[in-house]
Write a protein that binds this ligand. Structure first.
Ligand SMILES: Cc1cc2nc3c(=O)[nH]c(=O)nc-3n(C[C@H](O)[C@H](O)[C@H](O)COP(=O)(O)OP(=O)(O)OC[C@H]3O[C@@H](n4cnc5c(N)ncnc54)[C@H](O)[C@@H]3O)c2cc1C
Length: 431
């Protein structure tokens, strides 16, 4: 019998999951619900989107669906390393062995959606539907339809919460026995920034295939990535306690702050962008660790809903896409026995989700001394790991991005470093 699957959340995770389920020989009828409008039909607000770098884990997940890799790649720019811009104007270039793609989150969602809507009537997508409640016993999920206003009740055989860090589906687990969930804010807040093509002013001085970063001693970082249209998109990341960015309340203050602190970036900021920057909200990033990702025999959370992380390592979306591959493998192993599959998803993935939260929170130290140690370790590991593997670990960033080891295995290897950074960051933040 065809099973009715309800996916709450038409983000990268929910949409990729629909692609994977549709491959499974007509076993599933899929309905996807999202409270936002269809991003293909509305122009999206820049305060709602940001650039995402997809590394091998995410790219592998796309490659398994015919046409998806090409569609997403067409919206992306290839990135193969980073440039650290130092305060003396010098640049430190870090080349990576692997390829990554940089693209806007909304463009990623649009690609996944466009490919999905060519796949017939086994999938329906309902925008402007906000999930409000789940009834586990009746296997019903409730939505508030936004226009025209209505309450919709949907019967499901399998309900998947891919509804992001503030998941309503995960909230519904809170009343169940033995469910533990820690929700915290990441230590750093951020504001998005968008700059026009810098090459007209800089004359190709910056490499477009690198992530560009600047760092101040007070822990403020600017990360900029080229987009396919040659513009730069990025974030200003800063410790929550640091109010300097939040206090930039006029165009003049924004421009003067960048002139003083990031003189290479300042000339690239048009006054319209400085004005928009003032009006963009400071965003806090929730992080989530749970002791299980399923409830009963027919309910599960995935992606940010299960393990929201700080964007520091650029892995949230990669992990969300990798979740789908893992669930697909589980369905293969248990011949689509859904009660077994949802439980196995917790068994296979929960430790990795929690390990990723830890790695993302503490891979990067706030201390200047430890930061230089990190750069040094990273450089040395390239040359010394191949000849002295017992004494020099491979680069943490390479391991995370390549995806050959699970996040738990990487955390095991890097536990000493993570513990040191955790101790140091906590002592800096408590001073
Ligand atoms: C500044 C920034 C930079 C980042 N950079 C990277 C990066 O470089 N690489 C990387 O891998 N990750 C990055 N991430 C993380 C990445 O964006 C997320 O991990 C990823 O989007 C998670 O996908 P998801 O589908 O699980 O959840 P989301 O993308 O959050 O999608 C959830 C969907 O659910 C919908 N929804 C929510 N609640 C409801 C409800 N009640 N009813 C109906 N629908 C609902 C939302 O509208 C949304 O469409 C970054 C994040 C930030 C904030």
């Amino acid at each position: 019998m065809v099973k009715k699957v309800a996916i709450v959340g038409a983000g990268p995770c929910g949409l990729l999951l629909a692609h994977y389920l549709l491959r499974r020989q007509e076993k599933y009828q899929i309905d996807i619900f999202d409270f936002r409008s269809d991003p293909r039909t509305i122009s999206f607000s820049k305060s709602r989107t940001f650039s995402i770098v997809l590394s091998q884990r995410g790219i592998n997940a796309l490659q398994q669906i015919a046409g998806l890799e090409a569609a997403v790649k067409a919206m992306s720019l290839e990135v193969n390393g980073a440039v650290i811009h130092q305060s003396n104007g010098k640049m430190r270039v870090i080349n990576r062995r692997y390829q990554t793609w940089s693209l806007d989150r909304t463009d990623l969602v649009i690609s996944l959606l466009e490919q999905l809507t060519t796949k017939g009537d086994r999938v329906n997508i309902h925008f402007n539907h906000q999930c409000t409640q789940v009834d586990f016993t009746a296997k019903q999920v409730k939505f508030k339809k936004i226009e025209p206003e209505a309450e919709i009740i949907f019967d499901y055989d399998l309900l998947i919460g891919a509804d992001g860090a503030r998941s309503v589906i995960r909230e519904s687990f809170l009343d169940t026995d033995n469910f533990e969930c820690e929700q915290k804010y990441a230590p750093n807040d951020y504001k998005s920034i968008f700059l026009p093509n810098p090459d007209q002013q800089l004359g190709n001085k910056w490499q477009p295939d690198k992530v560009h970063s600047w760092r101040l001693d007070d822990g403020t970082n600017v990360l900029l990535v080229y987009q396919i249209d040659k513009s730069l998109s990025g974030v200003v990341v800063f410790p929550h306690q640091n109010k300097a960015i939040a206090e930039l309340t006029t165009t003049e203050k924004v421009l003067s702050y960048f002139h003083q602190n990031f003189p290479e970036i300042a000339p690239l900021i048009p006054s319209t962008e400085a004005g928009d920057f003032v009006n963009r909200p400071v965003s806090r990033v929730p992080t989530v660790r749970c002791n299980r990702y399923h409830h009963g025999d027919s309910l599960m959370v995935m992606g940010d809903a299960a393990h929201a992380v700080s964007p520091a390592l650029g892995q949230g979306c990669n992990a969300a896409l990798e979740d789908v591959v893992i669930f697909d493998q589980i369905l293969d192993e248990c011949a689509d026995d859904l009660p077994v599959a949802v439980e196995q998803f917790t068994n296979h993935r929960q430790a990795d989700g929690n390990a990723l939260v830890e790695l993302s929170d503490y891979a990067f130290p706030n201390s200047k001394k430890l930061f230089f140690e990190l750069l040094l370790r990273n450089n040395l590991s390239k040359y010394l790991h191949p000849i002295l593997p017992k004494f020099f670990l491979p680069s943490l960033f390479e391991l995370v991005a390549e995806g050959k080891l699970s996040y738990s295995e990487i955390l095991n290897l890097y536990q000493d470093w993570i513990s040191r950074v955790k101790k140091s960051n906590h002592s800096i933040l408590s001073n």
